[in-house]
Design a protein around this ligand. Structure first.
Ligand code: SAM
Ligand code: SF4
Length: 400
């Protein structure tokens, strides 16, 4: 295993059995895509040789076994296969990975088992394989229902493929699925964005994620903008798109539970809630991050090193990103918790971290309450609607 050794019930290497096993979420990273999209800088590589997926699966299984032996007393509330494009895995690969996870860790009854999927990678056979492997939630990367926008984004599917995929989900009785959409595309009108959103709602998903396009400098789209071939929208347009989306989704009885996330009652993504509630999670696969016992670790994003090491039973590259102090943990929980629309329960927070946020951050809170970006309602500190949109600017103040 990697070079990190810490002495605690929750270390990545500790072997003590625990009386009351804590709950945990497992994240599994599959760093492959058919082709990179023009805007995306996630750790994923174009898949050149399909047989490499077998090797990666074996390496991952070896990591899961090592982790399982080192942390036996953990109960899983959620498993999340993310990427990249985990839906590139075939039925056998998915089944072996999930079976290893459930053999090594105790999966709680009713645990959420999610998989991120690109519409171009799903068909009836693949869906049957996902069902057999135990996946019970799908997150589909739709991004837009307009072909010109999908081309601009460099997606490998058109809107017809999206609709066919969603029809297949319905015909196979999948009810717990999310659709990802991106807004704020260069040249996008508010009207076109809302048309995409309406079409998404008409597909009757249990969950919707709407992301403002983040321009990443090193991507082809980032270079197009830097060289003047594309122009980003201005902030007022982006805000109007977000505001209109909130209003529309509210009218359709979607619950807005996190800045970018909306769901039908009871269909929050339980795995992602762990992140926002600053709970622990174990990440496996190249590039995956873990948060355990107040530290963040990353399996370094070095694919070859990760696979080659694990296939011969050698330590793979793990790096401790932060061994966080009590104060850092508190600030982290504050920043993550504010992303939730329910905000932060001030009393609970005080019990957990021994800090009264309202006195510790009196000036910042007063400043942003005056500007109607933050609010205190029923003992909860939370963003206003405009606050969601400007959340990064406010959160920076808490960090500083
Ligand atoms: C790992 S991908 C989802 C699954 C699959 N890879 C796909 O794209 O179909 C996670 C989501 O992140 C979002 N995303 C990625 N890069 C982004 C960016 N630069 N700006 C906004 N959203 C982005 C996309 O909506 C994407 O669906
Ligand atoms: S958005 Fe999804 S499919 Fe596109 S490159 Fe990123 S991870 Fe791959």
């Amino acid at each position: 295993m990697g070079s990190i050794i810490k002495n605690s019930k929750f270390t990545l290497t500790g072997t003590d059995k625990i009386e009351n096993p804590p709950s945990m979420g497992v994240y599994i990273h599959i760093p492959f895509c058919i082709k990179k999209c023009r805007y995306c800088d996630f750790f994923s590589l174009p898949l050149r040789d399909e047989s490499y997926l077998d090797k990666y699966t074996q390496a991952l299984i070896n990591e899961i076994k090592v982790r399982g032996q080192k942390m036996p007393a953990v109960q899983l509330e959620s498993i999340y296969l993310g990427g990249g494009t985990p839906s590139l895995l075939n039925g056998w690969q998915l089944k072996s990975i999930l079976q290893t996870v459930t053999n090594e860790f105790a999966l709680l009854p009713g645990a959420e088992v999610s998989l991120e999927a690109n519409p171009a990678t799903l068909d009836e056979v693949k869906l049957a394989e996902l069902e057999e492997a135990g996946i019970n939630r799908i997150s589909l990367g739709v991004q837009s229902f307009f072909d010109d926008e999908l081309t601009l984004l460099g997606r490998i599917h058109n809107s017809r493929a999206v609709m066919e995929t969603i029809e297949m989900l319905h015909s196979r009785s999948w009810e717990n699925f999310n659709l990802d959409l991106i807004y704020g595309l260069p040249g996008q009108s508010v009207d076109k964005w809302i048309q995409s959103l309406k079409q998404a709602v008409d597909c009757n998903p249990s969950h919707l994620s709407i992301y403002l396009l983040q321009l990443e400098e090193e991507t082809p789209m980032g270079k197009d903008v830097a060289d003047g071939r594309l122009k980003m929208l201005d902030e007022d347009d982006e805000w109007y798109m977000f505001d209109q989306a909130m209003e529309y989704l509210e009218g359709k009885d979607f619950e807005h539970y996190e800045i970018s996330n909306f769901c039908r009652p009871g269909y929050e993504c339980r795995h992602n809630l762990r992140y926002w509630q600053a709970e622990e999670y174990l990440g496996m696969g190249a590039g995956a991050v873990s948060f355990i016992n107040g530290s963040r670790y990353i399996n370094e994003p070095q694919l070859k090193n990760y696979v080659d090491s694990l296939l011969v039973g050698k330590p793979w590259p793990v790096q401790e990103l932060e061994d966080m102090s009590g104060r850092e943990l508190m600030i982290d929980a504050l920043i993550l918790g504010l992303r939730l629309c329910a905000g932060i329960d001030l009393e609970q927070f005080k019990q957990r971290f021994g800090v009264d946020i309202t006195s510790e951050y009196k000036e910042i809170i007063a400043y942003y309450r005056n500007r109607e970006l933050l609010n205190i309602v029923n003992g909860h500190l939370r963003f206003t609607k405009v606050g969601y949109f400007l959340s990064n600017q406010v959160l920076c103040q808490f960090i500083e």
